[in-house]
Design a binder for this molecule. Structure first.
Ligand code: 1DF
Ligand code: MN
Length: 366
C-alpha cells in the first residue's frame, strides 16, 4: 500500500469516527433503498453456461468471469445471486437495508443469441415480479430487455411497466459492440420515455473497439474497463441528440456516475460552437443534459469527496445510494452513507427519497 492510499484511508476513517450516527439509524428506523443490486435466475445461469461452454477458446474477461460463475453454483457469488430468503434478506436486515432495487447481473442477456436472449429476458422479468410480490416492500426491480431485438424490447418495456409493475430498465452497455445511439435502438429509447421507465446503463466488459488496451492486467473488469465502457456509452448517447429527441428520457449511471460529470466543465468548453458542437446535432450544453437527463448512484464507490462533488454539481436530487450486492459489502456501503459528511436532508434524499421518485416505488418496507 502506498502512502497516498494510506493517507486517504486514514482521512476517511477520521470522518467515520467524528460523525455521530443518526438517532433514527440507531433506532433502526432509517429507510435505506439500495439501487444497483444484482440477482440471477437458474435459466439465466443455464443460458450463460451453454454460451461459455460452446466457446472455450474465447479469453475475453466476460467469458472468463462467466466460466467462474457458472462453474460452481455453490460458490459464494452465484449462491448470493440466486438467493433471496436465505442470504440476501438476512444480510439486508443485519445492516438496516430496507429494499434492494434488483437487476439481472451483468451482462444480462446481452451476450446471448437474439431469440434465446428475448426468452430469458421475459422469463427473468416474470420471476422478478414474483419475487417482488413474495416479499412486499423489500424489493423493487428493473426489467431486462434484449436490445438484440429492439421491437420486442420496446414491447417488453411496456409489459414490464403496465403488467409487471417493474421500476425501470437495465441495459448492460454495448450489445454486440453497438451502442444505444444507433437509430436501430431508438424504439427502446422511445418506449422508455413513453413508459416513464429510467434506463439504468450498467457496465460490462468493453466493446471490441475499445478492448485492446484493456486486455492486460484484467483491466476489462470492474477495476477500470467497466467504467470507461459505460461512461463512453452515455456520452455517445448524449452527443447523438437522443435527449433532444426524447427530452424526458432519463439514464442512471452507477459507480458515482462512472465519472462522467467530473468532466462537466470541459464537456461544455470543448463542445462550444465552432470547436466541436457544430459537428454534432445537440441543442443544449452537455451540462444541461447531465442535470436534466442523468441520475447517478454511489454503487461501489465509498469516497466522501466524490460524493460531495457529485451533489454540488448535479444536485442532491440526482444522487442515489447503492451497494452493488453481492460484488461489494453491505456493511461498508451502509457505514459510508451513514457517516458521509452530509446534512440529514441530503442523507435522506440519497438514501431513499430520490430512489422512490426516480423508480416510482409504491410501497417501502415490510
Ligand atoms: C463485478 C462488479 C461484477 C460489477 C459484476 O457483474 C458487476 C465484479 C458480473 O466486481 O466482478 O456488475 N459492478 O457492477 O461493478
Ligand atoms: Mn453492478
Amino acid at each position: 500500500m502506498n502512502l497516498d492510499r494510506r493517507t486517504f484511508l486514514t482521512a476517511a476513517a477520521g470522518v467515520a469516527t467524528t460523525m455521530a450516527a443518526s438517532t433514527r439509524a440507531a433506532a433502526g428506523s432509517r429507510i435505506r433503498i439500495a439501487t444497483e443490486e444484482a440477482f440471477s435466475t437458474r435459466e439465466h445461469m443455464r443460458a450463460m453456461k451453454a454460451l461459455v461452454d460452446a466457446h472455450p477458446e474465447v479469453t475475453r474477461f466476460d467469458y472468463k468471469l462467466w466460466r467462474m460463475i457458472t462453474g460452481n453454483l455453490q460458490a459464494d457469488t452465484p449462491k448470493r445471486l440466486l438467493d433471496f430468503a436465505e442470504l440476501r434478506l438476512p444480510e439486508m436486515d443485519r445492516h438496516g437495508v430496507t429494499m434492494h432495487v434488483l437487476s439481472l447481473t451483468s451482462p444480462g442477456v446481452q451476450m446471448l443469441d437474439r431469440d434465446v436472449a428475448v426468452g430469458v429476458a421475459e422469463s427473468t422479468n416474470d420471476e422478478l415480479a414474483e419475487v417482488i410480490a413474495r416479499y412486499p416492500g423489500r424489493f423493487a426491480g428493473l426489467a431486462t430487455v434484449a436490445p438484440q431485438d429492439p421491437e420486442r424490447a420496446a414491447k417488453e418495456i411496456e409489459r414490464a411497466k403496465t403488467k409487471l409493475k417493474l421500476n425501470g430498465i437495465v441495459i448492460n452497455s454495448h450489445t454486440n459492440n453497438e451502442y444505444l445511439d444507433n437509430p436501430k435502438y431508438w424504439p427502446i429509447l422511445e418506449a422508455a420515455e413513453a413508459c416513464d421507465m429510467p434506463i439504468y446503463l450498467h457496465p460490462r466488459t468493453p466493446s471490441d473497439q475499445m478492448r485492446a488496451p484493456m486486455d492486460d492486467y484484467n483491466m476489462g473488469s470492474a477495476f477500470w474497463g467497466y467504467g470507461i465502457e459505460t461512461s463512453t456509452h452515455f456520452v455517445r448517447v448524449m452527443m447523438s441528440g437522443a435527449f433532444d429527441r426524447f427530452p424526458n428520457l432519463t439514464f442512471v449511471l452507477g459507480h458515482m456516475g462512472e465519472a462522467v460529470h467530473f468532466w462537466i466543465w470541459r464537456l461544455d468548453y470543448m463542445s462550444r460552437p465552432g470547436v466541436q458542437r457544430g459537428e454534432t446535432p445537440i441543442r443544449r450544453l452537455p451540462s444541461e443534459y447531465l442535470r436534466r437527463n442523468l441520475r447517478i448512484t454511489t454503487s461501489g464507490q465509498e469516497n466522501p469527496a466524490a460524493l460531495r462533488y457529485s451533489i454540488d454539481v448535479l444536485g442532491v436530487w440526482n444522487v442515489m445510494w447503492a451497494i452493488d450486492y453481492p460484488y461489494q459489502e453491505t456493511a461498508s456501503a451502509v457505514r459510508f452513507m451513514d457517516t458521509a459528511p452530509l446534512t440529514e436532508a441530503e442523507r435522506e434524499a440519497i438514501y431513499w427519497e430520490n430512489a422512490r421518485r426516480v423508480f416510482n416505488i409504491q410501497s417501502i418496507g415490510a
